[in-house]
Design a protein around this ligand. Structure first.
Ligand SMILES: NC(=O)c1ccc[n+]([C@@H]2O[C@H](COP(=O)([O-])OP(=O)(O)OC[C@H]3O[C@@H](n4cnc5c(N)ncnc54)[C@H](OP(=O)(O)O)[C@@H]3O)[C@@H](O)[C@H]2O)c1
Length: 263
């Protein structure tokens, strides 16, 4: 089972390639190599400045559009409809698979209503949020006609947010993990617990971390520009962490964000 079915029936690949800090020039190679490694989902954002490169990369990799899942994110509360149309044009596509509000920016419900309109017209297949907590999230839930299908948050072994995940589950919202490898912070790639557990399955700490997220019902978005690492991060479907392993990884939670924003 390598996909997650969203509350509206859309199938979203479980793992996607994160594209933050990948420039337009590198994108075609990264998309081609990622597709060869089995990736179908690509996570970009207006803010990353690489939607154009992704559009070109998808077009040139030769995979039919309906076998690719594109996520992008809005970066402003101004001229939202125009901004969505500009993303469609940069991505060279008639539809976006998943559109998120990148972070709370005020006017969020107004942005959401525009997203709901594009969703209703079939130009967006699923809509969601990123970095929304507390009242920012509640405000959307109170006024929304469409409950967010996906919420993207900082999620990795050092920030597990178990209570938030329970709440999402109740609402039928699928959690997606940004920085699922903690961007290497806190020594994730050398962490003794992840190393020890990995040894029993001949897996790396990165693979153990990603597998842990998947077994928690979270869809991770690891970023790499290196083909070998793209393949490594995708190769997590041939083993299963035991309850004991997961209990040990749960103890790594620091209950705080590592990036100093959106805490
Ligand atoms: N919604 C949001 O606000 C938000 C915020 C942050 C990120 N994101 C999304 O989440 C994606 C992932 O987050 P991220 O890029 O911050 O961090 P990440 O995926 O946790 O970590 C990426 C870093 O780890 C390295 N790496 C990847 N796989 C590895 C492996 N198997 N072994 C050793 N090193 C490995 C990468 O280096 P190389 O590239 O050199 O391999 C890169 O330096 C982003 O690209 C973006 O799409 C969203």
């Amino acid at each position: 089972m390598r996909e997650m079915i969203l509350s509206n029936g859309v199938a979203m690949p479980l793992i996607g390639l994160g594209l933050y800090r990948i420039n337009n020039g590198e994108m075609s190679r990264c998309v081609r190599e990622a597709v060869e490694c089995g990736y179908q989902l690509f996570d970009t954002a207006q803010w990353y400045g690489n939607e154009e490169g992704l559009g070109e990369g998808i077009r040139s990799c030769g995979v039919p559009r309906d076998r690719i899942f594109i996520t992008t994110k809005l970066q402003s509360c101004h001229r939202v409809a125009q901004s969505i149309n500009e993303s469609l044009s940069r991505l060279r596509t008639d539809y976006i698979d998943l559109l998120l509000i990148h972070w709370p920016m005020g006017e969020d419900l107004t942005i959401w209503r525009t997203m709901e309109r594009f969703y209703g017209e079939g130009k967006i297949r699923a809509i969601g949020l990123s970095n929304f907590y507390g009242e920012d999230l509640e405000g959307i839930l109170r006024g929304a006609e469409v409950v967010p299908h996906v919420i993207q948050q900082e999620l990795h072994p050092f920030r597990q947010q178990a209570n938030l995940l329970k709440y999402y589950r109740k609402l039928g919202i699928v959690p997606q993990a940004w920085s699922p490898l903690a961007c290497g912070k806190n020594g994730l790639f050398e962490n003794p617990v992840l190393l020890r557990i990995g040894k029993t399955y001949s897996k790396t700490p990165a693979q153990v971390a990603l597998r842990f997220l998947v077994q928690c019902g979270i869809c991770p978005l690891p970023k790499s520009t290196h083909r070998a690492r793209m393949a490594e991060n995708m190769n997590i479907f041939d083993f299963e962490l035991s309850e004991e392993d997961r209990a040990d990884i749960r103890k790594l939670d620091t209950n705080r964000g590592l990036f100093g924003w959106y805490d």
